[in-house]
Design a protein around this ligand. Sequence first.
Ligand SMILES: NC(=O)c1ccc[n+]([C@@H]2O[C@H](COP(=O)([O-])OP(=O)(O)OC[C@H]3O[C@@H](n4cnc5c(N)ncnc54)[C@H](OP(=O)(O)O)[C@@H]3O)[C@@H](O)[C@H]2O)c1
Length: 294
Amino acid sequence: MRLLIAGWHGLVARALIEAAPSRQEIKALAAGRPALDVRDPRSIERAFGDLSPDMVINSAAYTAVDKAEHDQEAVFALNREGAALLARAAARRNIPVIHLSTHYVFDGEKPTAYEEDDTPSPATVYGRSKYEGECAVADANPRHVIIRTGWVFSTAANGFAARMLAQAQSGKPLRVVADQRGNPTYAPHLAAAILDIACRLAANPPEAGPWGTYHAAGTGETTWHGLASELLARAPRTGAAPNLEAIASSEYPALAPRPVNAALKCDKFERTFALRLPPWQYGVTECVKAVGSP
Ligand SMILES: NC(=O)c1ccc[n+]([C@@H]2O[C@H](COP(=O)([O-])OP(=O)(O)OC[C@H]3O[C@@H](n4cnc5c(N)ncnc54)[C@H](OP(=O)(O)O)[C@@H]3O)[C@@H](O)[C@H]2O)c1
């Protein structure tokens, strides 16, 4: 299967590209700007013509949640229109699309984990653009799998894990929000699940599906403070114990409101694909090992 991964420099895309060589059935074809600009139909046509994919994963997105509040036009151009263009180009060739989305389609006010059937209620420009993107993808291509995930972390140098570990090593106190909860999702775990789904879809008869929207995130819930605490506990310590302080969201003001509850219930994903992402703590252990000692 020739699998086009759109948005090649992104966090999730990089995890997909790294994981793909372990799958014999998959030939990963990564593309992104400037070669593939998903806002530009001609660029998409060229990429499809050059790469002849059998399936597409759309990992390209405008993900700067705060910046999005004042950049509405650009956000929607990519997260809604661009997503639809890519899905439509795939539909014209009868190619399925796996589209990445987010818990930000919900406002976070629900007391329990969000299910796929819960009515979206985005409270941010980013969340609205992603929800409208989901709808546009579903309209554009009946052969779609939309995967909502959240709190993706990896070994990336500028990512949450590396920043926490570096700051702990520097001896500076860490003040981390402890009143928002979600499912930390280790990028390689998410990538492995997405590639499993791609293989499953490729093995099914063309119209079999199962098409639709799914929640897929690391198993278990915690807060950002809980995630930081686990990262520091797993990291080999050379000096004094890190100074990790739990703070309220109000002490870390952001332009776009962060959902208090970002937790996603993944039962439908587990039932449908017989897949469950590992507990988030396993991801932390793997991540710390890969990043090395702080
Ligand atoms: N990271 C998370 O915690 C998280 C959580 C929930 C859901 N998600 C979803 O997962 C998906 C991937 O997120 P991510 O964290 O990997 O995002 P990311 O690291 O911000 O990467 C997004 C990628 O999109 C590319 N891009 C931007 N404009 C483009 C365009 N016009 N054409 C083609 N590519 C373009 C960017 O490439 P350039 O280098 O060219 O800018 C960048 O590489 C998104 O749909 C996001 O909503 C992520």
